[in-house]
Design a binder for this molecule. Structure first.
Ligand code: NAD
Length: 500
């Protein structure tokens, strides 16, 4: 039986009314396991109305009480970790340990939000002028919205709604229509944690509901994470409508391997970062850049046996699987289409996963691992984000050429350098025009108390997500300049005065 999913509006599961549905697959079997309703602009409007009605009382709740809801939410996330991970793997396809990591990295942002009372404190200048004090306060925006991608259906919604709500906003979440169950479960847990109804709404949908969010005058801010073309579109339309908008887009993360790197360490790192989660991570390494022909030969030699040993399978096979299927049949076709283009355009396919099939799961969306060597910057596999288990090797003659490759690519989400030379690493971190840098760390995702964000075509807007930046994004500053007239202290008289 196909499950029929709902929206979450005003603290209840609410059936869709549009008559339009999206299909939610089990990527391991290829079967449709649920239908998700796709909201109309009217349904979105109803959610905004109830959010706007609930928000002032939530904003007036003191920040410590708001933080206690987050504290309880953390406890509930830990209590339900296995259940959440199972639902996540079933719709997304990633392995169970990876699904738990998805929940855990969101949970850590919720933990950070428990510090809201401190993070929301303003600034104060005593005696800025004669009898004048100046102070600033951070106030919530009202109703904010988040539009999130399929690849982290727990973590990224939490990156968005936890800080927004801790700041005193109401929040409308429009999760990916590919894996909407976990976001609905998170909303239920927030209610169980004590969040008043209406403060977190989940409106499922596609472009129609996204456009409704972008055009709704009652929504003050929009946070987006997804592919670059959609990020650009949302940024332009949201800004044109006068909203505060931050959009995080796609990636093409390069890992520079210097001749002095520990080649076993670099190969292990590349395999984990390139093929983990089937390459469906915005921080995946998709381009390896060995410096010098000899480094390249040694690296390829180390990579091939490791890649050939990778175990691909469904999350139900337990801890024995390195990565699972990709999210949809279309994603699989797109990946294999790009691999074929790579071959046509002259790249050397050193590990060919095109014929990969998993016995018993022939209809699943599994893609075998691929490794390309001698990729050049004009090729489509270099320019485009493949978002699959495909690693491209571009051989660079020198460190400067390797740095130039990373710098000239239009994406700027993350990058890494593997070296034993502190000077090269330091120079790389200082000069590279990319938002997140790893030094002997292949997936440099910053922890919750720092902020996450790319440069160039990987991000639009001027603040990062989570960490202190999220508290800036979801609040606006009000600055008060105050002078009080002389008061009673001069007017009060408590002793006899001689009359003149
Ligand atoms: P996507 O752009 O297809 O979808 C993201 C969201 O936008 C979804 O909620 C979807 O419903 C909505 N959407 C899709 N098409 C739309 C349209 N035409 N108009 C309006 N809304 C639309 O992305 P995805 O495939 O779900 O996620 C993968 C992408 O996300 C990759 O490019 C990956 O690099 C990126 N990503 C980036 C980060 C980051 O922080 N930079 C993090 C995770 C994923």
């Amino acid at each position: 039986m196909t499950e029929e999913l709902t929206h979450w509006i005003d603290g209840k599961r609410v059936a869709g009314r549009s008559g339009r549905y999206g299909e939610v697959y089990n990527p391991a079997t290829g079967e449709v396991q649920a239908r998700v309703p796709l909201a109309t602009a009217e349904e979105l409007g109803a959610a905004v109305e109830s959010a706007a009605a609930a928000q002032p009382a939530w904003a007036a709740t003191n920040p410590q009480r708001r933080a206690r809801v987050m504290m309880e939410f953390v406890r509930l996330l830990n209590r339900d970790m296995d259940k959440l991970a199972e639902a996540l793997s079933r719709e997304h396809g990633k392995t169970l340990p990876d699904a738990k990591g998805d929940v855990q990295r969101g949970l850590e942002v919720v933990e950070f939000c428990i510090g809201a009372p401190h993070l929301l404190k303003g600034e104060y200048t005593n005696d800025a002028g004669p009898g004048i004090d100046l102070y600033s306060m951070r106030q919530p925006l009202g109703v904010a919205a988040g539009i999130t991608p399929f690849n982290f259906p727990a973590m990224i919604p939490m990156w968005k709604f936890a800080p927004a709500i801790a700041c005193g906003n109401a929040f409308i979440l429009k999760p990916s229509e590919r894996d909407p169950s976990v976001p609905l479960m998170l909303a239920e847990l927030m209610q169980e944690a004590g969040l008043p109804d209406g403060i977190l709404q989940v409106v499922n949908g596609d472009k129609e509901s996204v456009d409704a969010i972008l055009d709704h005058p009652g929504i003050a801010a929009v946070g987006f994470v997804g592919s670059t073309p959609i990020a650009e579109y949302i940024y332009a339309r949201g800004c044109a409508n006068g909203k505060r908008v931050q959009c995080f887009g796609g990636a093409k993360n390069h890992m520079i391997v210097m001749p002095d790197a520990d080649m076993d360490q670099a190969a292990d790192a590349l395999v984990g970062a390139g093929y983990g989660a089937a390459g469906e991570r915005c921080m995946a390494i998709s381009v390896a850049v060995p410096v010098g022909e000899e480094t390249a030969d040694r690296l390829i030699e180390k990579l091939v046996p490791r890649i050939e040993k990778l175990k691909v399978g469904p999350y139900t096979s337990g801890g024995d699987v390195d990565y699972g299927p990709v999210v949809t049949a279309q994603a699989k076709d797109k990946i294999l289409g790009l691999v074929n283009k790579g071959v046509e355009q002259g790249a050397e396919l050193v590990v060919d996963g095109r014929d990969f099939e998993l016995q018993g799961y022939e209809s699943g969306f599994f893609v075998g691992p691929h490794l390309f060597d001698r990729v050049t910057p004009e090729m489509d596999i270099y320019r485009e984000e493949i978002f699959g288990p495909v690693l491209s090797t571009v051989r660079a003659a020198s460190y400067d050429e390797a740095l130039g490759l990373a710098m000239d690519h239009e994406m700027g989400n993350g990058t890494a350098i593997f070296t034993r030379d502190g000077d090269a690493a330091r120079d790389f971190a200082n000069r590279v025009n990319i938002g997140m840098v790893g030094i002997n760390v292949p997936i440099p995702v910053p922890l919750a108390y720092h902020t996450f964000g790319g440069w160039k075509k990987s991000a639009f807007g001027d603040l990062n997500q989570h960490g202190p930046d999220a508290f800036r994004f979801y609040t606006r500053t009000k600055t008060v300049t105050a002078r009080w007239p002389s008061g009673l202290k001069e007017g009060g008289e408590f002793h006899f005065k001689a009359m003149d």
